[in-house]
Design a protein around this ligand. Structure first.
Ligand SMILES: Cc1ncc(COP(=O)(O)O)c(C=O)c1O
Length: 399
């Protein structure tokens, strides 16, 4: 763009941001729709801030691409096409500074089947799968689902930040562990693992010949520019050879029910084993999800940046409010639209139920492997979040 148009560009950008903020402030009505999140409380006055989808409409370029695809009336099995893989390769290079190859991509209907499959490649039945609770509940169950054994190394909170308990990790039986199941950025504590932390984990993996499966589904949702995301497989070539990285457009562009995700597996032999393990067990991805994925990676960045800015506003409101409510405390959120709230000083045996009775539907910390906590999804309008936070405040001060 040159001359006169260039001068106007910041104005256009400002307008776009303003319009998008309005879109996020007034999301579509989801009551009485098919939404899992909203149906749970459709007959009661409870604000749903639990399951991890956002209330926002999908980005306009994604909607447009879907509408175009709908004009062709056949929905037969789809073969992921070259320009789709190209969009993913370019998107990951642009957004995460990681150069992958199209051949490394294995399409899946979801990230959850993706890490369950990875467990099947971890040593023999009974082999240990290391995970860091509190963590996304299906990650706690994946080992047992697949005849493996969960090895927990619980995260610890020090100086207002969650981190790995390195002493605990050092004391484990490393030879019995065959796979590290990482969540980066981490749901629910909102951490983006630093390069230093990833290198330390990588050393364990290399020294003990662990497979690594890294669930990076939240990687497009970094809120704090000071905590950039780095895929563990991008640390070095040899580490990439032992790593299965799972990603999807679903969280970032809010299209989880379109069911399209992918594994990035640079090692050809591992990739073949993974594809073989999927046979007869894991469905092919949804064709509309693939169409949406290409549009999201190619044209979804303006929407993503505006959405992240909106989430930053929500995160800041949340931190201020929660840390001012007696008995509650939360740590700074580096990524995701999920807040992990410590309720241990509240004196309630079941905090999730306590808040539900006060009209706020949260996720129960126990499901993530840690009691005394709740998880709050702030991927919603600021007004809804504000109302929920006021209800939580009132419930505590009036109880
Ligand atoms: C860490 C993590 N992995 C996976 C998923 C879900 O993945 P999918 O719907 O692609 O199976 C979620 C959803 O909340 C998540 O937080």
């Amino acid at each position: 763009m040159t001359g006169f148009l260039q001068t106007l560009d910041p104005i256009f950008e400002h307008c776009a941001e303003h319009i998008m903020n309005e879109l996020f402030d007034t999301p579509p009505e989801r009551r009485h729709t098919d939404s899992i999140k909203w149906r749970r409380y459709q007959d009661s006055d409870v604000l749903p801030l639990w399951v991890a989808d956002m209330d926002f409409a999908a980005p306009p370029p994604v909607l447009e691409a879907l509408q175009t695809r709908l004009q062709h009336p056949v929905f037969g099995y789809a073969d992921p096409w070259p320009s789709l893989n190209e969009a993913v390769v370019e998107g990951i290079a642009r957004d995460h500074n990681w150069q992958i190859e199209a051949d490394w991509i294995v399409w899946l209907p979801g990230v959850v089947p993706g890490f369950n499959l990875a467990c099947r490649l971890a040593g023999d039945p009974g082999a240990g799968v290391l995970a860091f609770p509190p963590v996304y509940p299906p990650m706690l169950h994946a080992a047992a689902n697949n005849d493996r054994r969960l090895v927990r190394s619980d995260l610890v909170e020090t100086d207002n930040r969650w981190g790995i308990d390195w002493d605990h990790l050092a004391a484990l039986d490393h030879k019995a562990i065959r796979m590290l199941l990482l969540c980066n950025p981490h749901n629910p504590v909102g951490r983006v693992w630093t390069q230093e932390e990833l290198v330390r984990l990588a050393r364990y993996a290399e020294h003990n010949d662990w497979l690594i499966c890294s669930d990076d589904i939240h990687c497009g949702l970094v809120l704090n520019p000071a905590t950039p995301y780095r895929p563990i497989a991008s640390l070095d070539e040899s580490l990439a050879q032992r790593t299965i990285t799972l990603m999807a457009p679903s969280k970032t562009w809010n299209i989880p029910a379109l069911q399209a995700a992918f594994a990035i597996i640079p090692n050809a032999q591992l990739r073949q084993q993974y594809q073989h393990a999927a046979l007869g067990l894991v469905a092919s991805p949804n064709v509309l999800g693939l169409v949406a994925a290409e549009a999201a990676y190619r044209h979804g960045d303006t929407w993503r940046q505006a959405m992240l800015e909106y989430l930053r506003g929500n995160a800041s409101l949340l931190a201020q409010s929660v840390n001012n409510i007696p008995g509650l405390r939360t740590t700074p959120i580096e990524a995701t639209y999920l807040a992990w709230i410590n309720c241990k000083e509240l004196g309630q045996t079941h905090p999730q139920r306590f808040f539900e009775q006060a009209g706020v539907g949260l996720s129960n910390g126990k499901d993530f492997g840690l009691e005394g906590y709740v998880r709050l999804n702030f991927g919603c309008s600021r007004a809804l979040l504000s109302e929920a936070l006021q209800r939580m405040h009132r419930a505590i001060t009036q109880s």
